[in-house]
Design a protein around this ligand. Structure first.
Ligand code: GDP
Ligand code: MG
Length: 473
């Protein structure tokens, strides 16, 4: 690890794990095992229907064509893409075994057994894009076979089917849909152990949105408008909705586009959009050969061919830059690494505390371990971890509780004023007064006997958060 770690949550967990190791014996190994979770990037799982564009987006984000796209459904399995050298793959089967798989760069991994016996494939490759986040591609939801949906569920829902070994331990979700998400997709999301803060909506295939490339409105602009509407409607499910053309991003970020492609497109650069659209459909697309036409459509899609035809006159570099800018992937990356990434780190911290609880439960040194875990949990630096866990519990047990919005504001706010819903210019006196008022409300609510168990736990965290803010000087 190069950069010094300054994240207080990370520092707190690391200190706790050192104390665990100091108890000696086999606890040194346990501290190392659990520490490996801390030092590995949080895991973001990509879910959505078959052909929503998941694998295409994974390739775009990694910047290499590693995930098989438009593959036969039966050969599709959950795949974890993690930064690491050498480039290699391991197969995790449902019986809990792992074994190495031969990989050849540029070709998909071949399975030595039926996909129904596979928990997931774990693929390592050296990639800067994977340094902060590990990506998990899934076969998809509600597809032709229930096997795919089961594989996705097993991998993402902790303890689904009692096979914890099959779980990839995800910390956040990217949820892809190409129009408005359907009820069964939203049901699936609701079953995941994540809060909306850990869930990013992606309006995929934005280049074909609405009436498409020849419609009255630019599909990308139309998709951006629809994404804003969906973000408001899905407020309780996702933290944001980002429109993306995975195809344009994949082509521009994997180096697939060549000077020869740009030259081919430039040949039709002066044609009108309607004439070119007709040409693309015809049996003889001269001056393009049928192969050139097919390749351009595969790489760019209809929108990319029509919209990129003028840009192609300036060469492959200009066309590539146009594709990258229009694809929306930069904004997706930004949201992934900023907000989703931050909450994924907090979710991973909770996984570590849960792991320590499990260890305390079965280990002879349970008292010593419990003392350490307790100290870690009450450390004020760990407060966001606890608040996020409380929010997750409320979402699954009591989603209509008024505490949901209160917890969310505390977690999303970047400073005390925002956390308390105050004007950003509010001074310390107003902040203390507001915190004191909230503290009073939380305490009276806690004194009632009408709240649920999930609210009960949340109130304990809220009370100590407000106490701390009320005492601020
Ligand atoms: N036009 C267009 N096609 C896309 C886009 N993303 C994916 N596709 C195409 O849709 C098909 C399915 O994509 P894939 O990534 O395999 O979907 P998955 O089943 O969700 O993994 C492939 O033929 C892709 O080329 C996109 O943003 N725009
Ligand atoms: Mg796929």
């Amino acid at each position: 690890m190069s950069a010094p770690v300054t994240d207080p949550v990370h520092v707190g967990l690391d200190a706790g794990l050192h104390q665990l190791a100091a108890l000696g014996g086999d606890l040194v190994d346990h501290a190392n095992r659990i520490g490996a979770i801390l030092w590995s990037p949080p895991r973001v799982v990509i879910v959505g229907r078959l052909k929503a564009g998941k694998s295409t987006l994974v390739n775009a984000l990694i910047g290499a064509p590693v995930a098989e796209t438009a593959a036969l459904e039966a050969t599709n399995v959950v795949t974890v893409y993690q930064d690491g050298a050498p480039s290699r793959a391991e197969l995790a089967t449902l019986d809990g075994n792992r074994r190495g798989l031969p990989v050849t760069v540029g070709t998909p991994v071949e399975l030595p057994c039926p996909a129904t016996e596979v928990a997931y494939v774990h693929r390592w490759l050296p990639s800067v894009a994977l340094r902060d986040l590990t990506l998990v591609d899934t076969p998809g939801l509600a597809t032709l076979t229930t096997a795919n949906e089961d594989a996705t569920r097993r991998a993402v829902v902790d303890g689904f089917d009692q096979t914890r070994t099959a779980s990839v331990d995800a910390d956040a979700v990217v949820f892809l849909f190409d129009a408005t998400p359907r009820a069964d997709e939203l049901d699936f999301l609701a079953q995941l152990p994540f809060t909306p803060l850990n869930t990013l909506g992606v309006l995929s295939r934005a280049d074909g949105f609405g009436e498409g490339a020849l419609g009255r409105q630019d599909p990308l602009a139309h998709a951006a408008e629809h994404a804003a509407v969906l973000a408001a409607r899905l407020h309780g499910v996702v933290s944001a909705v980002t429109p993306v053309s995975g195809l344009m991003a994949q082509t521009s970020h994997t180096g697939a586009l060549t000077e020869r492609d740009a030259q081919a497109l430039a040949q039709v650069g002066a044609m009108s959009a309607l004439d070119l659209a007709e040409l693309l459909e015809s049996d003889d697309p001269a001056p393009l050969t049928p192969d050139q036409r097919d390749r351009l459509l595969d790489l760019l899609g209809e929108y990319g061919v029509l919209g990129g035809r003028h840009v192609a006159l300036r060469g492959a570099a200009a066309l590539n830059q146009w594709l990258a800018e229009r694809s929306g992937v930069a904004e997706l990356r930004r949201v992934l690494h900023a907000s989703i990434g931050r909450f994924a780190v907090l979710h991973r911290a909770q996984r570590i505390l849960d792991e320590l609880d499990r260890l305390a439960y079965r280990h002879p040194a349970r008292d010593g371990i419990r003392t350490i875990v307790h100290r870690m949990r009450v450390d004020p630096a760990m407060r966001p971890v606890t608040l996020l866990a409380d929010l997750a519990r409320l979402h699954s047990d009591d989603p209509r509780s008024p505490l949901v919005d209160e917890l969310r504001a505390l977690l999303e706010g970047r400073n005390s004023a925002e956390r308390l819903g105050l004007d950003p210019a509010a001074g310390p006196d107003r902040i203390r007064a507001a915190a004191q008022a909230r503290l009073g409300e939380a305490q009276s609510r806690a004194a009632l006997y009408t709240h649920t168990a999930a609210e009960d736990t949340a109130l304990v965290s809220l009370i100590s958060a407000y106490q701390e803010m009320a005492a601020l000087r």
